[in-house]
Design a protein around this ligand. Structure first.
Ligand SMILES: [Zn+2]
Length: 334
């Protein structure tokens, strides 16, 4: 590929023209793609690497099962463990949420070991190897403020980020007031004002999950507008599908990418959202994303839909299978 600068303009600074050692196919290499919101107990996660997803963040599962997963397997899994919610709160009792994946907090105690205690629930997930703590701020029955404060303090003291499921009026503000680090969904149930957007952009990571609203146009429009404003304010958006919630493809979801484009993401922003290593610091070193051929739009007009579909054709390949292309004398590593 003769124009590595054009490639980087279209896909961002990590895009490089490459050749596969095993097959001699030419294409483009990117860091590992991550789906930052999945529920592995509801899907056949082993198939995700075939669909281009090398790593996932499980945001609600059985901590014992997640902890028993073999290290080094693909997809690479980081996880929250159980949902931390209030007594009888979402998602307790839902068909898809067996008791093992929900902890109902009945006591805002910061003493670890107290049954039903907020700190106890955080520590259980930490001991199971969690990288993040997932809490529920659902307007029907949100976690009480004092419990959220203890959860956030306990998690942060252990170096764990807190991600919230936020649903209903005022819940995003509560998450921000409490120091929550990430939202599991782009807010979809209320339009945020400029002040809240600015606060969120300065403090939080938002996981996109736009495509889950494809059959609910008002929620889709609200989420799209919030995401557009959050990005415009400098917010950090990461790609996530809520895989396990309804019928979603086992791999990169082109509809999620198209929804991100409709919310104002260009090619570099899509790639940044797909390759952001959150909640860990660095991308997986052992694998790369390989995309065959030339990206649509490299030589002229960018067709965003075609670009989304091309990105969704990604494959996970071993890092050593990727040979950086310098056959025209240009160093693609720059
Ligand atoms: Zn979810």
């Amino acid at each position: 590929m003769r124009h590595p600068e054009a490639l980087r303009a279209l896909l961002g600074p990590d895009a490089a023209p490459v050749r596969r050692a095993l097959t001699d196919e030419r294409g483009v290499s990117l860091p590992a793609f991550v789906d930052h919101h999945v529920h592995l107990h509801l899907v056949d996660g082993e198939r995700l690497p075939l669909g281009g997803v090398a790593a996932v963040v499980d945001l609600g599962g059985d901590p014992a099962i997640l902890a028993a997963r073999p290290a080094g397997a693909l997809p690479h899994v980081t996880y929250a463990g159980a949902f931390l919610t209030t007594l009888g709160g979402y998602p307790a009792g839902r068909e898809w949420a067996p008791p093992a994946i929900v902890r109902q907090i009945t006591d805002a105690s910061s003493l670890i070991g107290r049954p039903g205690g907020a700190a106890t629930a955080v520590d259980e997930q930490r001991l199971a190897g969690a990288s993040v703590i997932k809490i529920v701020l659902h307007h029907d029955r949100p976690l009480p403020e004092d419990a959220v404060a203890v959860i956030v303090d306990t998690a942060h003291a252990s170096g764990l980020a807190v991600v919230a499921h936020v649903e209903g009026d005022g819940m995003t503000r509560r998450a921000l007031d409490a120091g929550v680090d990430a939202l599991a969904h782009t807010p979809f149930s209320e339009q945020l004002d400029d002040d809240l957007i600015a606060r969120a952009a300065a403090a939080q990571v938002w996981i996109s999950t736009l495509d889950i609203h494809r059959d609910d146009p008002p929620a889709a429009a609200t989420a799209r507008a919030n995401l557009r404003a959050f990005r415009a304010a400098g917010g950090r958006v990461v790609y996530g599908t809520d895989l396990g919630n309804g019928d979603l493809p086992l791999g990169v979801n082109p509809r999620e990418l198209r929804a991100l484009i409709a919310a104002g993401c260009d090619g570099p922003a899509l790639v940044a959202a797909l390759t952001d290593p959150w909640p860990v610091a660095a991308p997986l070193p052992a694998v790369r994303t390989f995309l065959r051929g030339r990206p649509p739009g490299l030589d002229g007009e960018t067709d965003p839909v075609a670009l989304a579909d091309w990105l969704a054709s990604a494959r996970v390949v071993p890092a050593e299978d990727v040979l950086f292309d310098d056959d025209d004398g240009e160093d693609a590593h720059d």
